[in-house]
Design a protein around this ligand. Structure first.
Ligand code: AMP
Ligand code: MG
Length: 484
């Protein structure tokens, strides 16, 4: 390994021991390095000349000098029910590194074997789900949405029992923090005010240091407001890009507002406001159009925990930041997507009418906005072609063109700006499914190719046009469950 500027720390271990258990990884056998993220490694301040050397690390057979693995303890609300038994059931925090730009990275090996928090689980992750997480965290990053990242993925020979027998794999997930809302719920519910205070001070010290000088109550109030705002903005970004998380439990909410814990997620193909991507979520608690509300509910769970440390009025006030942060971010992003530089009162009506139309006529969300972006050079054809009923398209386009007439930007400029925010390439479920099928036969090349495409979602990539296609019939309603 060549280090440029790379420091190892274990700040999580500064927390009281109730927050973790020391656990060694349980080794997997005959590991293979499936994919290694060279660009991310560089950002983090190191280079590995032969990534294959790290297959043993990924398989839990070896640790790097200085690693001190722990399973983190947290709790959380799953589908609205408080679960005190949670924690890292199959992932281990190995160490933290600080890179050349001062950013701190948690290294978390997902699929490393059982821990005291595994409950009935085997501590493993399967190739299918680690590929899905790798793909989506990278896709989100390159779409400009805050997220955990994937450093490398290792597959192994060990069989893992899910609905069928699958291949074991691990993912080295890195993130600026793995502290979740659930950590605070654990501290408040199962411990005491002192533990909650230690955790909050730790989090502020590491990740919100700009608040440290404030007097205590003001500091906590400002901190909670910022967490709430970050969460609201993250969900607004999801809505605008058409992303469904699928399992918005409070143990899957990062305290930094990063998209976190990718399971049965989906990007919308044909727009469907009530889309439920998680096959296990029968009541649609986490349906696409409920995500903004659920983001707030999760902030309320966090707020409820913080009442032990903060004035209740401060907690309630901090929660009020959600709605404004969400609305501001969503409105601005949708204006950008529609190419509206001028701000008009009625823009929200146009946005809502657009969503209703997309829903009613089952229009592919990504193709629609990309098509709109190219109206100046390609005309209305590509947008009209998405509609069975062209009259609907024409009526909408007429209203939209009228609104554009009040814009002063030259068409070419607007087109460039819109193409920079309306992706051409998103991670459609069928694309993930195809590369998983290949990977399961030992061919990882399509997976690696897909990652390359997703790195430039806003570019025209003429050689990769096929990746922008809407799903074929078989790929439209794939059943993705929690099983991973
Ligand atoms: P998730 O739905 O992936 O966020 O997982 C929820 C909880 O279940 C977390 O505490 C996980 O660590 C745990 N978990 C998920 N899958 C397994 C597994 N195969 N073995 C042990 N624990 C697991
Ligand atoms: Mg989780």
């Amino acid at each position: 390994m060549t280090l440029t500027d790379f420091r190892v720390e274990h700040r999580y271990l500064d927390l009281p021991e109730v927050f973790y258990s020391r656990v060694r990884p349980t080794p997997l056998h005959r590991p293979k390095m499936v994919c290694y993220n060279t660009g991310l490694a560089q950002e983090m301040g190191f280079a590995v000349d032969e990534p294959e050397q790290w297959a043993a690390l990924g398989a839990g057979q070896e640790l790097l000098k200085g690693m001190d693995p722990v399973a983190m303890k947290y709790t959380g609300h799953q589908f609205g029910m408080y679960n005190p038994e949670l924690g890292d059931g199959r992932g281990l925090l190995l160490w933290e590194t600080v890179g050349p730009d001062g950013r701190r990275w948690d290294w978390h090996l997902k699929g490393a074997g059982q821990t005291p928090y595994s409950r009935f689980g085997d501590g493993r992750a399967v190739l299918r789900s680690t590929i899905r997480e790798y793909l989506c965290s990278e896709a989100m990053h390159f779409l400009g949405i805050p997220t955990s990242r994937a450093l490398f993925l290792v597959s192994a020979a060990d069989p893992v029992r899910r609905e069928s027998i699958e291949t074991a794999a691990t993912l080295m997930r890195v993130a600026l923090t793995h502290i979740r809302f659930g950590h605070f719920e654990f501290a408040a519910h199962a411990r005491n005010r002192e533990t909650l205070k230690t955790l909050t001070d730790h989090t502020i010290n590491l990740h919100f240091s700009h608040l440290e000088e404030l007097p205590e109550q003001a500091r906590y109030h400002r901190w909670l407001s910022e967490v709430v705002e970050r969460t609201a903005r993250m969900v607004a970004d999801w809505q605008a890009v058409g992303f469904c998380h699928g399992v918005m439990n409070s143990d899957n909410m990062s305290i930094l507002g990063d998209t976190f814990d990718y399971g049965p997620y989906a990007f919308l193909d044909d727009f469907d406001a009530g889309y439920i991507c998680n096959h296990t979520d029968q009541e649609g608690r986490y349906a696409y159009n409920r995500q903004p509300q659920i983001g707030f509910t999760n902030c309320q769970y966090l707020g409820r925990a913080m009442v032990q440390l903060m004035e209740e009025d401060d907690v309630l006030d901090a929660l009020r930041y959600y709605e404004k942060a969400y609305n501001d971010r969503f409105l601005q992003t949708m204006r950008n997507k529609l190419g509206l530089a001028l701000k008009e009162e009625a823009d929200m009506d146009l946005i809502m009418a657009t969503f209703s139309m997309l829903h009613e006529h089952h229009i592919d969300y990504t193709l629609f906005f990309r098509g709109l972006s190219r109206l100046p050079s390609k005309g209305a054809g590509p947008v009209r072609d998405l509609f069975v009923d062209r009259k609907v398209a024409d009526e909408w386009l007429e209203g939209y063109q009228k609104r554009l007439e009040r814009e002063s930007r030259p068409d070419t400029e607007r087109e460039a700006a819109m193409c920079a925010v309306n992706p051409k390439y998103i991670l459609r479920n069928y694309l993930a499914q195809q590369v998983i099928q290949d990977a399961q036969t030992g061919n990882y090349e399509p997976f690696r190719q897909l990652i390359e495409v997703l790195k430039k979602p806003f570019d025209e990539q003429p050689e990769n046009e096929a990746y922008a296609a809407p799903p074929p019939d078989w790929g439209k309603h794939l059943n993705i469950s929690c099983s991973s």
